[in-house]
Write a protein that binds this ligand. Structure first.
Ligand code: SAM
Length: 204
């Protein structure tokens, strides 16, 4: 017999929760050891991995992980890392929230990079945007002292939205002037005529 709370959950959601738990278990099994001692740079929504591959080449002693929900993009990114024999660079197929949920407490993020995330331009879809108060809290938990978040978008409303949420978040302070770890184009940056960037430092 099911506990009364469980019985109230719609069947579709129950199936999704089961799948989500299985994905997180797989991530933990495959990458637990790597993540346990991780102290480096995380790119969320890395796409084909252009930016992080260039960064890893310039920073051969910095562990780098790029994640993306899209398997084919991660496949391309992994090919880039393999061709260049970058042993400190890893690309992982994962959804950002699920990845942060399985990240061990021992992991330390020096930099978190978010470049041209999906803007979800319609108001009713804003809830799908990556930059949200709970997401920033989750990321802040893993940041090293003085760790930084770097965000770039071509979408004016998303930039204003993110600036407002980060400004109002107790764990982050927006840098003025903006700092940037390395200029290198991305697949989406190449398509855009203009964009805006911000950096923020975690408060610890
Ligand atoms: C507009 S693309 C930008 C890709 C890359 N940063 C660039 O500038 O070329 C956004 C990327 O974020 C990924 N993405 C969207 N939501 C995600 C999530 N919740 N977790 C991980 N990746 C996500 C998409 O699959 C896509 O590759």
């Amino acid at each position: 017999m099911e506990a009364s709370g469980q019985a109230d959950i719609p069947e579709g959601l129950k199936r999704e929760l089961v799948k989500q738990a299985a994905r997180k278990e797989t991530l933990t099994q495959e990458y637990g050891e790597l993540l346990d001692r991780f102290d480096g740079v995380l790119e969320i929504g890395c796409g084909h991995g252009h930016w992080l591959t260039a960064y890893a080449m310039e920073n051969p002693t910095t562990p780098c992980i790029g994640i993306d929900i899209h398997g084919a993009r991660i496949h391309k990114a992994c090919t880039k890392a393999d061709k260049r024999r970058l042993k400190h660079l890893h690309f992982i197929k994962a959804e950002a929230g699920e990845f942060l949920e399985i990240l061990p407490k021992s992991a330390q993020l020096q930099k978190v990079i978010i470049l041209f995330p999906d803007p979800w331009p319609k108001k009713r879809h804003y809830k799908n945007r990556l930059i949200q108060h709970p997401f920033l809290s989750q990321v802040a938990n893993f940041m090293a002292e003085h760790g930084k978040l770097y965000f770039r978008t071509d979408h004016e409303n998303y930039f204003a939205w993110s600036t407002e949420i980060i400004t109002g978040h107790p764990s982050w302070i927006i840098d003025n002037p903006t700092e940037w770890p390395m200029e290198n184009t991305t697949f989406f940056q190449d398509l855009m005529s203009s964009y805006q960037s911000l950096s923020a430092t975690v408060k610890k």
